[in-house]
Ligand binder design. Structure first.
Ligand code: C2O
Ligand code: CU
Length: 622
């Protein structure tokens, strides 16, 4: 519902701005304002109604409009209308009101950093307009000049205003002089490696190459593969082992890296081209070495040209078992990627490569563990029908005392996120289905204890959505150290400069890469961050190198099990408070895991003071 309202508001803002022109001209000419005031007034009233409707959905969708964007137009307009009704002079008030309406339209279309500038800039412009109008009214030659004589001046003034607005926008979007990534002092990223000496406990080779992937429906994908397949090989290791992975690029022209999503590896092993390493070009190779320090469900994917390369197949599962080995050797395990395969302009939703119905036999009574991994760029709805089930881990973090979820419940996986789901196999089939909008043939996996799946229940795609904020029980690690560093990130949709080009963008505090400032921390900091989505699209926030703990959603505290995550979907109108400990020095990518958004500039960095490296972020490294 937010999206149409948002668009209506943008249009109303434009119409109001157009209506402000006759208002300004007539006011300057000292003429009656009746009709312009009615038209502009009606348009602004409509904007207020739209804002009120958005507000009923979430305050965060309208905070900017209610505090600055609308008052800047509504207040002077109300004064003008009041004067007009009383028959008082409206020459100055009318011009100020028109200026306010124009500024208001600008603020609706161009996202601002909520922390500063907006209020000051908007209010000072209105004051300037007032001074200008007063001065013009006092200036004899101007006040008595004919309309024809004024026109060239007005034209010049508006051109100057327009140029100033564009220059302002441009300046606002310049890369800030950042403290990170400069100079040759301190620790170089290249030295922040995993153990370089010693024989690895496990060794893998991942060979990236162009290839073909066939979906279960028969559709062929022009894919990119690891070891000839996609998803690539499942890498299964144990916590505490020294893992060595050699990446070889056969013929992926854009280059390849491997990022260990959710595993807090040392910085130089993180696989971010342009920050922690150079992308591996065809014919090249790169060796990663690290010791995973937590067991759980993780995944790996290229971080070069991810928007295309991950969608086309450069990803796979990374399963980390506890030091003693798999916790339940006799259980049935399925690792399933919810993926969207690019076919022409379309995306086909599939569980791994199964885009229709597939069946798998599981003995009744067997413990089942599903590891769901969302490798697509959108949030995915997965429904488990036919049995109660429990979410035992989120993003590789065990949930404390997870309770039963009803059959037919929906699991909403954020892009990049994982859920481990457990249940004992009943004597009747269980259906795991992935529900993508606009897809008629649902990707479905039927687990059946019998010989066929004829008794399988129907997946409706509708049901109660799993809510991690009130799930499980507290584990006693409730006490948080007070944060000594806080960051506030607000996401908007609007015009800006993304990667240097003027564009309709997804912005963070009014900016896009490379203009989003690097977040600086010191080792040992307890960091608190707030993510607020004031726009109309989901943004899965992913910070490399650290797991984060969610403290609250829309200011309601997380109760139940601690919610640890590495990829947090922030839906339109949502606001989350999270915390993490700065315990992994380096320069870390922080970005939206909708790779399309990241490619368009929704990425920035978290850097530790004293760490230097090639991260000048002038080249997006998504
Ligand atoms: Cu899974 Cu920077 O990403
Ligand atoms: Cu996004």
């Amino acid at each position: 519902m937010a999206e149409p309202l948002f668009i209506i508001d943008l249009l109303l803002a434009v119409f109001a701005a157009i209506s402000a022109i006759p208002l300004a001209l007539r006011a300057a000419g000292g003429r009656r304002l009746r009709w312009p005031l009615i038209v502009t007034g009606v348009l602004l009233a409509a904007r207020i109604v739209v804002a009120a409707l958005l507000w009923t959905e979430s305050w965060h969708l309208v905070s900017d409009r209610v505090t600055v964007g609308l008052p800047v137009a509504v207040l002077p307009l109300a004064v003008t209308i009041a004067s007009a009704v009383r028959g008082a002079r409206t020459r100055i008030a009318g011009q100020v009101a028109a200026t306010g309406v124009l500024i208001s339209a600008y603020l609706a279309w161009v996202p601002q950093d909520p922390a500063d500038r907006t209020v000051i800039a908007a209010i000072s412009l209105v004051i300037l307009a007032t001074i200008g109008a007063v001065a013009a009214a006092r200036l004899r030659p101007w006040a008595t000049a004919s309309r024809a004589a004024r026109l060239p001046w007005l034209a010049t003034l508006s051109t100057v205003a327009l140029i100033l607005a564009i220059v302002g926008l441009y300046v606002q979007n310049q890369a800030p002089a950042s403290a990170a990534g400069h100079g040759h002092h301190g620790t170089a990223i290249a030295t922040l490696t995993g153990p370089r000496q010693g024989t690895p406990d496990v060794r893998f080779t991942l060979v990236a190459a162009q290839g073909k992937v066939r979906l279960s429906s028969g559709t062929d994908i022009e894919a990119l593969t690891f070891n000839g397949a996609s998803p690539g090989p499942t890498l299964r290791v144990r916590q505490g082992q020294l893992v060595e992975v050699t990446l070889v690029n056969t013929d992926v022209a854009e280059g390849v890296t491997v990022h260990w999503h959710g595993v807090d590896v040392p910085n130089a092993e993180d696989g971010v081209p342009g920050v922690t390493q150079d992308a591996v070009t065809p014919g090249g190779r790169h060796v990663y070495r690290f010791v995973p320090n937590r067991a759980g469900t993780f995944w790996y994917h290229t971080h070069r040209d991810s928007q295309e390369a991950v969608a086309r197949g450069l990803f796979g599962a990374l399963l980390i078992d506890p030091p003693a080995g798999p916790d339940n050797a006799r259980s049935h395990e399925s690792t399933l990627f919810t993926h969207q395969w690019p076919v022409g302009k379309d995306l086909i939703g599939a569980l791994d490569t199964a885009d229709n119905r597939t069946t798998q036999h599981v003995d009744a009574g067997k413990p089942v563990r599903l590891r769901l991994i969302n490798s697509s760029r959108n949030p995915q709805r997965v429904q488990v029908t036919g049995t109660e089930h429990r979410v035992t881990a989120i993003d590789g973090n065990a949930v404390h005392e997870p309770g039963p979820l009803p059959s037919g419940g929906i699991l909403l996986l954020s892009a990049g996120g994982r859920y481990d789901v457990s249940f004992p196999m009943p004597a009747t089939p269980v259906v795991v289905s992935m529900h993508t909008a606009e897809q008629t043939d649902t990707a479905t996996r039927v687990l059946t204890p019998g010989a066929d799946d004829t008794a399988a229940p129907r997946a409706t795609g509708d049901g109660p959505v799993f809510d991690p904020t009130h799930y499980g029980t507290p584990d006693g690690t409730g006490a948080q150290r007070p944060a000594n560093r806080t960051f506030d990130l607000v996401m908007d949709n609007g015009f800006g400069f993304a990667n240097g080009d003027f564009a309709w963008a997804n912005t963070v505090n009014g900016a896009s890469s490379p203009a989003i400032p690097t977040l600086m921390v010191d080792r040992g900091d307890t960091v608190r961050m707030r993510f607020t989505n004031r726009g109309i699209i989901d943004h899965p926030m992913h910070l490399h190198g650290h797991r984060i703990r969610v403290l609250s959603r829309n200011d309601a505290r997380v109760s139940g099990s601690p919610w640890w995550t590495d990829t947090l979907n922030v839906a339109p109108g949502e606001s989350y408070e999270i915390t993490f400990t700065a315990d992994n020095p380096g320069v870390w990518m922080d970005h939206c895991h909708n790779f399309e958004h990241a490619a368009e500039g929704m990425l920035w960095h978290l850097a530790y003071t004293g760490v230097s490296g090639p991260t000048h972020a002038t080249h997006s490294s998504e």
